[in-house]
Design a protein around this ligand. Structure first.
Ligand code: ADP
Ligand code: ZN
Length: 437
């Protein structure tokens, strides 16, 4: 395979040079951080006087972690490090886990962000000849405008369709010859399951690639989308605290996401002890942004669980790859004392061919115990009025799940299209148990 690079020199920078660049960028980021009320106090408290305290990469560990709670407490301007007149845009996180947080961008910050997204898009083999349909929510959410400007920078024709209305999505794809789409993996599966209903044949579409991100999904879900839609799917990772998309992205090798280390310093820590883990071990990703001036954020605890690859990627990029995010530390469900990540359930059901494209995990109280119900749609080839094969399928799902998560779930089968679909991030878990007080 021939690999293409947006900025070959930076993307293939020898590790030593890359780390030296990170250290000097970190010093500059610390100087800027002192300009924000939050970090002026936080860094002083930690006994950090200025950039001279950072002589090696390991000195980064002197900086205390920043959490989502810190960002909320500093709302609205406590993290701002430049005069208000210099900021020209704000974005907010989607608030999956509570009150949203706000990030501000100066003009140069937006230009840099676009260049990271452009680099990511280009690394998947796209060029200016591609037609890009951005089927993700625009607005405060970073996925819309973030990809929009990055794709324009590559020179693609950008169709700012946003999500929703699958009939209109198909019409746009046909009218303008869309070759690349971006969406959440759950929306991609939804679009695919509407194809037949909308009377669209795959041969009428010019689709080649899809970028899928913003929510966790398994390798089996990727394979499912690739098979059903006949496209190459690339994993895209980002979060609004770190700009949004363009933090880590799969290249043409489609095996792990290159985390752009000239823009971010990544650490993986044990979520309990907060100690930095040996390379290759799974833990919580902690990120420091080097490529944004208006809102510096140092050692941000993402809550996302992943690990570094220890091998070099065949594409030749020197920026380290992270593995698919398996979930957030705060996603974990404790069901009758057993720890379960929703991703474990997804992995089992999406690997089964008879299971359809959508599922929902329900946890509720049943007397003193917890009760787990996994609702899945069945594939289009399964008849809902034929009880025998349905019962057999239900039983097979139950047994396979039990073997994998050590909990005996109830399994409910639903017709294709019966379970709720979200236009943004999918809501996969409904937990109605009373919260501990
Ligand atoms: P919120 O934190 O409110 O959901 P964001 O829109 O900033 O706000 O979402 C960022 C989060 O989305 C990440 O921290 C991660 O948990 C999840 N996410 C984004 N991309 C991916 C991906 N490719 N795989 C798994 N999870 C992802
Ligand atoms: Zn690569």
């Amino acid at each position: 395979m021939t690999y293409q690079y947006w900025d070959k020199e930076t993307e293939t920078l020898p590790r030593g040079d890359l780390e030296a660049f990170q250290l000097s960028s970190l010093r500059a980021a610390v100087v800027r951080a002192f300009g924000s009320p939050f970090y002026a106090a936080r860094l002083a408290e930690a006994g950090i006087g200025g950039p001279e305290d950072f002589r090696t990469q390991a000195d980064l560990r002197r900086i205390p972690f920043t959490t989502k709670g810190d960002l909320r407490a500093a709302f609205p301007y406590g993290m701002l490090a430049v005069p208000k007149d210099e900021i020209i845009r704000l974005h907010a996180s989607s608030g999956t886990t509570g009150v949203p947080t706000t990030i501000y961008f100066a003009k140069k910050d937006l230009e840099r962000w676009s260049s990271y997204v452009a680099r990511s898009i280009y690394s998947t083999g796209c060029t200016r000849s591609d037609v890009f349909q951005n089927m993700i929510t625009y607005g405060l959410f970073t996925g819309g405008l973030g990809f929009h400007y990055g794709a324009e920078e590559v020179g693609m024709l950008v169709i700012p369709s946003g999500p929703g209305n699958t009939a209109r999505q198909f019409r746009l794809m046909k009218d303008f010859g869309t070759t690349v789409v971006h969406a959440t993996p759950s929306f991609l599966l939804h679009v695919q399951s509407k194809m037949e209903e909308e009377g669209v044949a795959r041969s009428e579409l010019a689709l080649r690639k899809a970028f899928a991100g913003a929510e966790p999904y398994s390798e089996d879900t990727r394979r499912r989308i690739e098979k059903l839609l006949a496209v190459d799917v690339y994993n895209s990772y980002g979060l609004s605290e770190m700009n949004g998309p363009g933090v880590a992205f799969e290249c043409q090798a489609k095996d792990g996401m290159h985390l752009w280390e000239d823009g971010y310093i990544a650490e993986i820590v044990d979520p309990d002890t907060l100690e930095v883990l040996p390379e290759g071990e799974t833990g919580e990703l902690v990120l420091t942004i080097l490529c944004r001036e208006a809102t510096p954020i140092l050692r941000y605890r993402t809550r996302d669980l992943t690990s570094f690859y220890t091998e070099v990627c065949p594409c030749g990029r020197t920026h380290r790859r992270i593995r698919r995010i398996t979930g957030r530390t705060d996603d974990m469900l404790i069901i009758n004392g057993v720890n379960v990540f929703p991703s474990q359930i997804e992995e089992v059901i999406m690997a089964m061919g008879e299971v359809g494209n959508n599922y929902l995990i329900v946890v509720e109280k049943d007397g003193a115990l917890d009760r787990l119900t996994v609702k899945t749609e069945v594939g289009p080839d399964i008849f809902m009025d034929d009880a025998r094969p349905l019962n057999a399928l239900r039983e097979r799902i139950r047994k396979t799940l039990q073997a994998s998560i050590s909990i005996n779930p109830h399994v409910e089968l639903h017709e294709p299209g019966a379970l709720p679909v979200s236009e943004g991030k999918a809501k996969r878990v409904v937990d109605s148990r009373p919260k501990d007080v």
